[in-house]
Design a protein around this ligand. Structure first.
Ligand code: ZN
Length: 454
C-alpha cells in the first residue's frame, strides 16, 4: 500500500522519458512500476499525457525574510515558487540582517522553518570574518554570494562599491571551506558614467533614460574577468552567477575549456530573458514601468544553455512593493520584480518555442544544481529511494498570462501580462505531498524543510 501513486505519466529517468507509475511512500520514491502492474494507494494522481520531471530547484531568488517582509516573506514567496513548479529554493543574502554571522544566518533559516512550503537552503554572505564564514559553512549553507556594488542592504544605488580586496579575502575564506562563491559583477565607473551621460544630454535621471545603460556587456564582462582571476588565485570554486552578457558567456566557455578551475554558471531569468518593461499591480489596478538592464543577446544565451556553458537557470525573483518603485528617480528606486509565480511555466514554454530540449530543461532546472551543491541524487533525480519531489508538466496546454491571474507573491504584481504560453506546470510535489495542483497552492507554512548536504 503506497501513500501516493502518480499514474500514466512519462517519467524522466537517465536523460529519457518512460511510461512508469511513480509509487511514493512517506517522503520518498518507493518504486517505479510498469503501467500494467496493479498497485494500491491511498491517493492516485492521474498524469495522463503529462511529463514527470525531477522537482525544479531555484538557486537564485530573494525571499526578503527577515527584515524586508513588506516585500515578501518565506510563506508568500514559497507559495509563489510552488505555483510554478519549484520544489526547493536557495534564497539570496540581501536580507536584514545580512547573514554574514552565524546568528544572522540562523535567523533566516528559522524564518524558513516557520513559514516555507517548499524546501530551502539560504545562501550565506561571506563578508564577515574568516571564523564567521567557517561557522556559516558548517551550519550548512550551499554557497556564498556577494553583490559587488554594495556590502549592505537594502539595495542603494548611490552607495559605494565593495572594495575588491575585501572580495578577494572573502574568496579565500570560502575556498578554505570548500564552498562556491558567486558575485554579481559590477563596475561603479561605468555606472556613474551612464548617469553623467544622461545628465549631459539634458535629460532627467529616470529609469527610462538610464537603466538600459547599466549592467552593459563591457561593465559586467570586465568585472567578471577580474573576479575570475581572483577566484583562480584564491583556489575558489567559482559560481559565475548572472552569466547573461555575451562577453561573460564567452569567458565562462573559455575557462571551462581550460579546466584550470572549478566553475559553474547560471543565467538569471528576470534580467536576462525577454524582460518586460511593465508589470501589472493588481491591488492598485495599474501598470508600473520598471525598464530593464541593457538588453542581452538572446541567441547567445540560448546557445550557451544548449552547449553546456550555462549550467543552471535562476529566477532572480526580486519582489518589491509597487510603492517602492520610483521610475522618475533611477538612483532611489527599488529594482527587480516578482518572478516566481511564472518562472517554471516560462522555462517549460521555452521548450515548445524550440530553445532547448525537455532533457536540457531537467538539467538546467534541477539536475545540475543538485549535483553542483552535493544534493544529488536526493534532489535533482527521480531515482528510487530519493525525495519524492516532482514538477508535473503538461507540454500541450496553451494559455496566456493575464492581469486577472491568481498570484501568490505578497506584492500582487504580474510581469509578462499578455504573453502567450505553450506548456504549463500542473502539479508541484514536495517530498510526496502535492503542494500545488492546477494553479492552487494548498499547504500550511512550515512544511518546507531546511535541506543541507548529509
Ligand atoms: Zn538576485
Amino acid at each position: 500500500m503506497y501513500d501516493l501513486v502518480i499514474k500514466n505519466g512519462l517519467v524522466y529517468q537517465d536523460k529519457n522519458f518512460y511510461p512508469l507509475n511513480v509509487c511514493i511512500k512517506g517522503e520518498k520514491i518507493a518504486a517505479l512500476l510498469a503501467p500494467d502492474v496493479e498497485v494500491e494507494a491511498e491517493k492516485v494522481l492521474d498524469a495522463s499525457g503529462k511529463h514527470i520531471l525531477p522537482g525544479f530547484i531555484d538557486p537564485h531568488c530573494h525571499m526578503r525574510d527577515p527584515g524586508l517582509t513588506q516585500k515578501e516573506d518565506f510563506y508568500t514567496g514559497t507559495c509563489a515558487a510552488a505555483h510554478s513548479g519549484i520544489t526547493m529554493i536557495m534564497p539570496q543574502p540581501n536580507t536584514k540582517p545580512v547573514p554574514s554571522t552565524l546568528d544572522a544566518y540562523m535567523e533566516q533559516v528559522n524564518a524558513g522553518k516557520e513559514k516555507a512550503v517548499v524546501d530551502f537552503n539560504p545562501i550565506g554572505s561571506p563578508l564577515g570574518t574568516a571564523e564567521d564564514v567557517e561557522q556559516i559553512a558548517n551550519a550548512g549553507t550551499m554557497w556564498f554570494k556577494i553583490f559587488e556594488k554594495v556590502a549592505t542592504y537594502p539595495y542603494n544605488t548611490t552607495a559605494g562599491t565593495l572594495d575588491t580586496h575585501k572580495i578577494f579575502e572573502a574568496f579565500q575564506n570560502c575556498a578554505a571551506n570548500g564552498k562556491y562563491c558567486s558575485v554579481h559583477p559590477f563596475d561603479k565607473y561605468f555606472f556613474d558614467a551612464a548617469v553623467e551621460k544622461v545628465k549631459a544630454e539634458g535629460k532627467e535621471v529616470t529609469l527610462r533614460n538610464v537603466r538600459h545603460l547599466w549592467y552593459s556587456d563591457e561593465e559586467m564582462t570586465g568585472a567578471a574577468y577580474q573576479l575570475s582571476y581572483y577566484a583562480k588565485k584564491a583556489g575558489l570554486n567559482w559560481y559565475a552567477m548572472h552569466c547573461w552578457m555575451p562577453g561573460y558567456i564567452d569567458l565562462v566557455r573559455m575557462l571551462k575549456a581550460r579546466g584550470e578551475m572549478k566553475i559553474v554558471s547560471s543565467c538569471e531569468y528576470m534580467p536576462a530573458i525577454n524582460a518586460s518593461d511593465e508589470i501589472w499591480d493588481i491591488e492598485n489596478q495599474r501598470f508600473i514601468y520598471i525598464n530593464h538592464d541593457a538588453a542581452p543577446d538572446l541567441d547567445k544565451i540560448w546557445e550557451g544553455i544548449q552547449d553546456g556553458t550555462i549550467d543552471m537557470m535562476g529566477s532572480d525573483h526580486a519582489p518589491c512593493k509597487p510603492e517602492e518603485y520610483n521610475p522618475d528617480d533611477a538612483l532611489h528606486t527599488s529594482a527587480g520584480f516578482a518572478m516566481l509565480d511564472y518562472y517554471g511555466h516560462l522555462l517549460v514554454s521555452h521548450v515548445n518555442e524550440g530553445h532547448y530540449s525537455l532533457q536540457r530543461l531537467v538539467e538546467i532546472t534541477s539536475e545540475n544544481c543538485a549535483k553542483t551543491f552535493g544534493l544529488y541524487p536526493r534532489k535533482g533525480s527521480n531515482i528510487v529511494g530519493t525525495d519524492a519531489d516532482f514538477t508535473v508538466v503538461d507540454m500541450n496546454e496553451e494559455w496566456e498570462i493575464t492581469k486577472d491571474d491568481n498570484v501568490y507573491t505578497k506584492t500582487q504584481t504580474i510581469p509578462y501580462v499578455g504573453r502567450k504560453m505553450h506548456g504549463k506546470v500542473t502539479q508541484t510535489i514536495v517530498r510526496g505531498r502535492i503542494v500545488m495542483s492546477d494553479g492552487v497552492v494548498d499547504c500550511e507554512p512550515g512544511y518546507g524543510k531546511y535541506i543541507t548536504v548529509e
